[in-house]
Write a protein that binds this ligand. Sequence first.
Ligand SMILES: Cc1cc2nc3c(=O)[nH]c(=O)nc-3n(C[C@H](O)[C@H](O)[C@H](O)COP(=O)(O)OP(=O)(O)OC[C@H]3O[C@@H](n4cnc5c(N)ncnc54)[C@H](O)[C@@H]3O)c2cc1C
Length: 495
Amino acid sequence: MIYKSDQASLQGFLEDTSNLKTGHTPGVFFPETIEELSDLLKTAHTRNRRFTISGNGTGTTGGRIPMGDYVISMQKLDHISELVQIADDRANLTVQAGVLLDNVQKKAEQSGWFYPPDPTEKLCFIGSTIANNSSGARTFKYGPTRKHISRILVVLPQGDLLNLSRGACMADDNGMFRITLPIAGNIVLQSPQYCMPDTTKHNAGYFSEENMDLVDLFIGSEGTLGVIAEADLLLIRLPKSIISCLVYFRSIDDLFSFTRQLKDPENSASPRAIEFFDKQALEFLSAKYPEIPSQSDGAIFIEKETTPESEEADLETLFVLMESCNAMSDESWMALDREEQARMREFRHALPLLVTEWLRKQHDSKISTDMAVPEGKIRELFDFYRSSCEQQGFIYIIFGHIGNEHLHLNILPRDHEEFLMGKELYRKFISKVLALGGTLSAEHGIGKLKAEYLVEMYHEAGVREMARIKKSLDPFLVLNIGNLVPVAYLENENH
Ligand SMILES: Cc1cc2nc3c(=O)[nH]c(=O)nc-3n(C[C@H](O)[C@H](O)[C@H](O)COP(=O)(O)OP(=O)(O)OC[C@H]3O[C@@H](n4cnc5c(N)ncnc54)[C@H](O)[C@@H]3O)c2cc1C
């Protein structure tokens, strides 16, 4: 197995897109087979080694950044099988964890199939998207990654291999899972008993559901319970064609009214994605896209699946809705062919990249929210975000997945004082979101950056439950320590 410990090779593993700058590691292992990965973990305890799992470093919460632990890179586990049709409208694709999401999507599309999860950034590893239950714009129609996974092969913290198909290991009526493993022996594990928020997206803490599937405990566990080594992905038929458009509004009230109508099942608009850009986001983007109308107060990006036969009627429905909500129809951008749609996707992707670029020149990280609220509550949260930031004179942008009542607020601190003020405000945002019945993270997960806030959502009892689950599967505390479950809850029995 390749092992690297020279500074030049390590540097790339000390970063992701969180701007967290305190990472350090003695070295990085690159297992080339699942057996090598298992061997590393089998000997971890006796060699007194801890490991942080590394995907491709596009995460936003510092999850892959080691704080003194060794790194396991998933880079070399990148085998992708041939896809197999399993029903008229379903196919299966078996992949190892280090395959790029981009390659999965391209492989599916080349043969007329479609893998719906699309967390904007395509250069992430498929294993990480499963470990983080990644979402994205299409989650509005298709749900998060967990909906599209039928099997996972997990390497557990003591080195056991657990091959889990959906339905094979379900929690009983008391919420208990029972598994027998060659190394760890008999494990009896209680599934989380806390309730999940009533949001359409949620990715903070271990998944919980009555009679839940063990597969769902691992999906979204951010590498704290095991390493996702391989998975079976469920593919559906590629939609025949897509309408994409970016619709500008002079008034934010009109924009919200348009969004509500788009989501209304009575309307036949039924998009697969509804995304939002506020005025500041558009101003940020206008450096690269000068055609953005300056009098616009915000924009909505829509993607809708259609067919050549129904495209005209679908466009008509959309125009009628735009007109009824006073959209800036003439300035709006319609993309009906693949090239134009690729340009529009680039436009959407440009925003987080421009923000990251801006931040690299600053000393402090951004303060970013990833919180979602239940249906009908996003306007209240948006107004709260906006008025709070205006009061403090922050540079900020609000954008994201408005269809799922999930907007990202990014505060961009110009100096350390603003950073501290922003952190203070972040706590107020959490209280507001929780009071609205929302979630601390809708998609990016908790990682290292947000572990300290988990207790506000789950209280002591909920976080203790998570620590108990973690310790049942990782009794020697070997894997991804510092991610998701606050360390104090793992190391201190009194917590
Ligand atoms: C511009 C941009 C836009 C983004 N938009 C979205 C979005 O819309 N929705 C969304 O959900 N995310 C989004 N993300 C976040 C990101 O792409 C995802 O979180 C992705 O899953 C991270 O993949 P990675 O390979 O880069 O993982 P890394 O950043 O390397 O790691 C992420 C975490 O996963 C763990 N991990 C990695 N591989 C494994 C494995 N095989 N088994 C167990 N644990 C593992 C790591 O330890 C770490 O905790 C965006 C990121 C960027 C840069």
